[in-house]
Design a protein. Structure first.
Length: 175
């Protein structure tokens, strides 16, 4: 796993993944199948936005021969828990998580590596603990990933957030 892989690496990932994403987009449109919700993501632009906003953030990459996934975590005074018993305590905000197109069932019939999202979630919890946040992690989920966060990650749903495109907001369950 790479922490803060750097701009050149992120640009390389965007270029590599975009080839697969464009092909899938054409195939999906031709067959009328839905396009994965994060198909339009551009990591270079996401990093530029965070720098513009002066956010505290870090990125991670999982690499096995080639980039298998990217994740951006944000933290700072504006990221606090909403869960009962944890309200107001700092947390790590999982801003973006994306597996390489060849690891996403909507993109590929033959997955190279499964479990990328789970590994990233575990890393977010470890990072939260490293910062002294007791493993608290929050995120807004794309609709297609809600089941993953609720079932696989066992996160707590705090309902739809009208301030954030009405996406469901989740937080890690702290014991």
């Amino acid at each position: 796993m790479l922490e803060d892989p750097g701009d050149d690496y992120i640009e390389t990932v965007d270029a590599l993944w975009s080839v697969y994403k464009r092909r899938i987009l054409r195939e999906r449109r031709a067959t009328g199948k839905p396009v994965p919700e994060h198909n339009h993501w551009n990591w270079k632009l996401k990093l530029e936005q965070e720098r513009f906003e002066n956010s505290l953030y870090t990125c991670f990459a999982i690499v096995r021969d080639k980039p298998q996934g990217l994740m951006m975590l944000k933290y700072g005074s504006e990221f606090v828990s909403r869960c009962a018993g944890q309200q107001g305590k700092p947390l790590v905000y999982l801003a973006y998580l994306e597996s390489a197109p060849w690891n996403v069932k909507e993109y590929s019939d033959t997955i190279c590596y499964s479990g990328i999202g789970t590994e990233f979630y575990k890393m977010a919890i470890r990072f939260s603990r490293l910062l002294g946040f007791s493993g608290r992690v929050g995120l807004h989920s794309l609709p297609g990933a809600e089941g993953f966060y609720a079932n696989t990650c066992q996160m707590i749903s705090l309902g739809h957030d009208p301030k954030y495109d009405n996406l469901v907001y989740f937080e890690s369950a702290i014991q």
